[in-house]
Ligand binder design. Structure first.
Ligand code: HAM
Length: 415
């Protein structure tokens, strides 16, 4: 049997690559509009970065990481997300000595050993942004605006922005105690995972997908009633900034996010029940990973989920014309001429092809049609002798007489 790609991975095929190029360019330009610069970190990191950064009790760390020992007996993990690696690079390269805030974006593959279902892959890709050093709620609002535009600029409609505040460690402590008090009566009915969460991270029980747990949390206290003054003011400001930017949102006190590092603002963007983007503030992570005490905010968009949304909405992304010119040739002399011609035109940025197969002219023309060349030239003995040829526009069959020595004229006809 032939070897297949590992479960949960996908090949990017030529017919789809234009979508990725378009979306990557789009995201790069958008992130730059908000003053972000690109950062690239390694595909793998020391495992400890994620156990400390993402959190020991999270599903990502407990169940989903691709971890292995390398030949030097070091525990290595393929990155399951981009935040912890970006924080690690920020600290290691002392970027905190530059003018703050530091605004970074990335386009990465990420790896999680997850159960397969719609929109869930084991190797997937993210567009992400991380901002370090800014404590004001205005950065939360601007980053949320950036993330929304990554969808709305493409014409995607029906986006739901859900926001919440999960407070800082001090107000969360009081909330967790109140939550535990409430959940205690139903402890035996919680799922096994939530029984562990009850002790270690009770807030995570709020977004458990188990039916029983969902029922139990319906009457649970809301974190929003427990925010300290500072966290409440931050959340109020965020809401007023979003309103000022005409960004519609819904407050959902059940959003807690699956990664441990969040403080204050958390948010998710949902499109037809699929979470296409998630993020929030994480003011303690930089210090946790060994850096200075600096606030941070970020988000990540799942690229495959973004593409899935575009397809479901019937939104076509612009596709470049694959080939500008195909030069067919009848014999060896004209083939040499075709090589020379395309060599020069490519230097001017045109996409050109010649014949590389044992095909007669008719078959070459058929091929030119198949690859959707915009123009075709056929070179034979007569064309070489007269140094003239016919440039055929494939869309309507119209032909233009060209002088093979006048590259400038040919180029101008083609663009
Ligand atoms: P996350 O919510 O785990 O957050 O992932 C962000 C997005 O990546 C999700 O909303 C989803 O679109 C996509 N995604 C996650 N897992 C998969 C999967 N298995 N298959 C396909 N797509 C997936 C983070 O990763 C945080 N680092 C976001 C962040 C940045 N928070 C602060 N800064």
């Amino acid at each position: 049997m032939s070897i297949q790609a590992p479960k949960g991975t996908k090949d990017l095929l030529p017919k789809d690559s234009h979508k990725w190029h378009f979306l990557e360019n789009n995201f790069r330009n958008l992130a730059k509009e908000y003053g972000c610069s690109e950062i690239r970190t390694p595909m793998f990191e020391n495992t400890e970065l994620f156990t400390r950064g993402v959190g020991e009790t999270t599903d990502v760390v407990q169940k989903e990481m691709y971890t292995f020992f390398d030949k030097g007996d070091r525990s290595i993990t393929l990155k399951p997300e981009g935040t912890a690696p970006t924080v690690r690079a920020f600290i290691e390269n002392t970027l905190y000595n530059d003018a703050q805030p530091t605004k970074l974006f990335y386009i990465i593959p990420a790896f999680r050993y997850e159960k397969m279902q719609k929109g869930r892959l084991r190797q997937f890709h993210q567009f992400g942004v991380e901002v370090f050093g800014a404590e004001e709620a205005s950065i939360d609002a601007e980053m949320i605006s950036l993330s929304m535009r990554a969808f709305s600029d493409l014409g995607i409609k029906g986006l739901e922005l859900n926001i919440n505040s999960i407070g800082c460690p001090s107000c969360r402590k009081v909330f967790n105690e109140a939550l535990q008090k409430y959940l205690k009566a139903n402890y035996d009915n919680l799922c096994e995972t939530c029984k562990v969460r009850f002790e270690k991270n009770p807030m995570r029980i709020l977004d458990c997908k188990n039916k029983n747990c969902k029922e139990i949390v319906k009457g649970a206290p809301s974190i929003l009633d427990y925010l300290c003054d500072e966290c409440e003011e931050h959340f109020d400001k965020l809401k007023s900034y979003l309103t000022a930017m005409d960004i519609d949102y819904k407050i959902d006190p059940l959003i807690v996010r699956g990664l441990d590092y969040y403080t204050k603002t958390v948010f998710e963007i949902i499109q037809k029940d699929i979470t296409v983007c998630g993020g929030g503030r994480y003011d303690g992570l930089i210090e946790e990973i060994g850096g200075p005490s600096l606030p941070a905010f970020g988000f990540a968009i799942g690229i495959e989920r973004l593409i899935m949304t575009l397809e479901e909405e019937g939104i076509e992304l612009p596709r470049e014309n694959p080939i500008d010119l195909f030069v067919a040739s009848m014999d060896e002399t004209s083939k040499i001429q075709s090589l020379k011609l395309v060599n020069e035109l490519r230097k001017k940025g045109l996409k050109c092809e010649i014949n590389h197969m044992k095909r007669n002219v008719k078959a070459q023309m058929k091929y030119s049609n198949k690859i959707e060349a915009s123009y075709t030239i056929v070179l034979g003995e007569t064309e070489i002798q007269t140094k003239t040829a016919k440039l055929k526009r494939m869309s309507d069959g119209e032909q233009f007489e060209i002088n093979l020595d006048n590259l400038k004229e040919i180029f101008e006809k083609l663009v």
